[in-house]
Design a protein around this ligand. Structure first.
Ligand SMILES: [Zn+2]
Length: 303
């Protein structure tokens, strides 16, 4: 069994705050909020500098890192993203026993939970907590990271979840990572505007999948995405609005025949026959085959 970590209550507070922020910000937490840190024992504690990567808080009594950060620009970042790949984290450059590397390796020796921040865009972080260092490879100068279950009452020893739980949590974290990246790429490609009505209110514009993400063709890639405002996204998902392979909007006949207020008249009927706005870069534009497959479903649904 691993030796006891005197910082467990501090870690508990860090993990709880990090998980709450991930929920509050729909998984992508702005750096300016993370910079506020978290509260422990009436004191404000920093989550780290977000530049150095490996952070141990000043008030800690134990040797292990409290948080790890992978920056948006990190050259190693893409090694996390291969299908089936595990999360790995590289030592800092320099001697293996310099302070940051000691803190990283102590997290492995103590098998203690920490908070992992993964930059997905400038100043935007995906949060994985609790994260555990489950393997240390000094020859390759990397450690392996695996997420675990939230721990209600942290007891020394036995904190790392069982292998099947870790595998499940790793898959779940990777899905979150891909979904968030998809969202960011779609928003960038469509410049945060609804492809149908051009609304640019960030709180109301969403990344929609053309082919739903539960299907094999429903990849989380920008070619399977559209930026749509909440009403057009829902209308698209519910098949009262279709987009044909040429990018032309179709409104279900049932709705075209109806009489109602301005949302129906202007917001839906008004776009019947109108082209969607496409991203400037050809490689960001929706894949024709996916639009076609999706439009067939709309036609079946309204037939
Ligand atoms: Zn719209």
């Amino acid at each position: 069994m691993a030796p006891a970590d005197p910082d467990l209550p501090l870690r508990q507070a860090a993990v709880e705050t990090a998980r709450r922020l991930a929920r509050d910000y729909d998984d992508l937490v702005p750096l300016e909020r993370l910079r506020e840190g978290f509260w422990f024992d009436g004191e404000r504690i920093s989550f780290g500098s977000f530049q150095r990567g490996i952070h141990r808080a000043r008030i800690q009594r134990g040797p292990a890192a409290l948080t790890l950060v992978t920056s948006f620009k990190d050259p190693y970042a893409d090694t996390f993203d291969q299908v089936g790949a595990l999360f790995t984290y590289a030592y800092r450059a320099g001697p293996i026993d310099q302070p940051d590397n000691r803190a990283l390796r102590a997290a492995y020796e103590l098998q203690t939970p920490l908070v992992y921040f993964r930059g997905l865009a400038p100043s935007q972080y995906l949060v994985v907590a609790p994260m555990f260092v489950t393997r240390d490879d000094p020859a390759a100068r990397t450690v392996m990271l695996e997420p675990g279950l939230p721990i209600q009452d942290m007891q020394p020893g036995g904190l790392v979840s069982a292998p099947d739980v870790r595998a499940y949590a790793t898959t779940e974290a990777r899905v979150r990572l891909h979904q968030q990246r998809f969202k960011l790429e779609v928003m960038r490609a469509y410049r945060h505007r609804c492809a149908i009505c051009a609304l640019r209110e960030r709180t109301l514009v969403q990344a929609a999948h053309i082919v739903p993400d539960i299907e094999p063709e429903g990849i989380a890639a920008v070619v399977n995405g559209l930026a749509l405002c909440a009403i057009h996204h829902l209308a698209f998902d519910r098949n009262v609005l279709g987009i044909d392979p040429d990018g032309v909007v179709h409104i279900a006949r049932r709705l075209l025949d109806e009489t109602d207020g301005p949302m129906l008249r202007t917001g839906l009927q008004g776009f019947h026959g109108a082209p969607i706005a496409l991203p400037r870069r050809p490689e960001d534009r929706p894949d024709r085959a996916r639009l076609e497959a999706r439009f067939e479903r709309f036609e079946r649904a309204v037939a």
